[in-house]
Design a protein around this ligand. Structure first.
Ligand SMILES: NC(=O)c1ccc[n+]([C@@H]2O[C@H](COP(=O)([O-])OP(=O)(O)OC[C@H]3O[C@@H](n4cnc5c(N)ncnc54)[C@H](O)[C@@H]3O)[C@@H](O)[C@H]2O)c1
Ligand SMILES: O=C(O)[C@H](O)[C@H](O)COP(=O)(O)O
Length: 379
């Protein structure tokens, strides 16, 4: 078997999974991959920053494309199926990571803005793998939820659907977890416009961890400047470029890393390895196992206010203020440049999912909340 693999340099574990089956593994910066790089490649493994289309693949021997991501808007799947090139991606691989990210965001907003989010009405827009993980976390905390997902509603999969305009007017916090789509009845590009934002209540919160172009830059500016709506952005309308004026609008900001848990990245590569294994009928393919998660002593964070205690604990696992500081310190000449944005992502510190954290004690007064957050608590 001669299998030549070209893979994004930021995809972990490629050598560990594939060196037993590949004759050659070439690592390249995803955003700069060109057709010339693929003239002797059988397998292409990408992340979200490589546009995979005819211009990239035409005339190459590539016969398998894998994206170690949940989102697929960077891949021209119609072209791949016309060419009979199998395409695999990694649905759900980092859904828990995004749900954890959101819990950390809410914990930071609690401490910094006294946001009692557990008592609020929270809208979830896009109730797929990520939105469902977010829903489970928020339901476990007793939040009132409004769910919006027209495609699932129309398929009879989400009876409790609330139309977006109604949700925007009635929620205290709105979280977006939709893909970026340009065509069709439910296209999401520019879905959050200035007009949509004008429906929101003053002192509410608007959060995007789906794809940047779902929000317009004007809507973000309108939210903060005229609506008294706080904004939290992990993804950006002009990503990977972020203007300083837009960054200034965000109470919390991160460089598209909500899904960047170590677990999510490991799962993404493994899902592609399993897909290639199935395509070739290999009997076994063995990859690396995750290192054990960090230990955390809840008593170190004890507060008399139990909600504050839990927020401090969540922020000890991951604090989105750290990303916000890094983003704001990255501004030069009125922007975070695309190169700097990519560098922040490439050098992102290891983050573990809450379920991997090993607590050294389970204080009785917060044990139910620990469970609701996703910590592994024995029965
Ligand atoms: N920020 C990050 O790091 C990060 C991480 C993972 C995923 N994502 C993004 O989040 C998106 C959602 O991920 P997922 O795993 O839940 O995908 P999914 O495909 O499981 O779910 C997406 C849901 O959005 C719904 N949807 C589509 N159009 C909609 C519309 N106009 N209004 C409301 N809902 C709509 C779909 O019906 C579907 O149920 C991905 O497409 C990806 O772009 C971002
Ligand atoms: O779609 C996804 O899975 C996420 O947005 C993912 O975190 C993107 O990461 P990237 O591929 O850009 O490294």
């Amino acid at each position: 078997m001669t299998l030549r693999i070209v893979a994004d340099e930021n995809m972990p574990n490629v050598e560990a999974w594939f060196s037993s089956v590949a004759t050659e593994i070439t690592r390249l910066p995803g955003r700069q991959m060109t057709r010339a790089d693929l003239l002797e490649a059988d397998v292409l493994l990408v992340r979200s920053v490589t546009r995979v289309d005819e211009a990239l693949l035409n005339g190459t021997p590539v016969s398998f494309v894998g994206s170690a991501t949940i989102g697929t808007d960077h891949v021209d799947q119609d072209y791949l199926s016309q060419q009979n090139i199998p395409f695999h991606y990694a649905p759900g691989c980092n859904a828990a990571s995004v749900a954890d990210w959101l819990l950390s965001v809410l914990s930071r907003l609690h401490l910094d803005h006294d946001l009692h989010w557990w008592d609020k009405t929270i809208g979830i827009v896009g109730v797929g793998n990520v939105g469902s993980a977010v829903r489970a976390t928020l339901e476990a905390h007793g939040c009132r939820l409004l769910l919006c997902d027209p495609p699932r509603f129309e398929r009879g999969e989400l009876p409790e659907h609330t139309p977006l305009a109604t949700l925007m007017s009635n929620a205290d916090i709105v979280c977006f977890h939709t893909p970026h789509t340009r065509h069709g009845e439910h296209a999401t590009e520019g879905l959050v416009s200035s007009a949509m934002v004008s429906r929101m209540r003053p002192v509410s919160w608007l959060i995007n961890a789906g794809r940047g172009p779902v929000f317009t830059a004007e809507a973000v500016e309108r939210a903060t400047q005229t609506q008294q709506v706080g904004v939290v952005l992990d993804v950006w309308p002009q990503e990977p470029q972020v203007s300083e004026s837009l960054l200034d609008c965000a109470a919390l900001a991160s460089p598209h890393v909500a899904g960047y848990s170590l677990e999510g990245k490991f799962r993404g590569t493994e899902m592609l390895a399993r897909a290639l294994q199935a395509q070739h009928g290999w009997s076994s393919l063995v990859g690396p196992v995750l290192p054990p998660g960090p230990r955390l002593d809840p008593e170190l964070y004890r507060q008399s206010d139990l909600h504050r205690w839990v927020s401090e604990l969540i922020l000890a696992v991951y604090d989105p203020a750290r990303d916000t500081v890094a983003m704001k310190a990255s501004v030069t000449d009125g922007e975070v440049s695309p190169e700097r944005f990519d560098q922040l992502r490439k050098e992102y510190p290891t983050r573990r999912e809450i379920r991997s954290v090993r607590l050294s004690a389970y204080p009785a007064d917060i044990i139910d909340r620990l469970r609701a957050c996703g910590f592994q608590v024995p029965d």
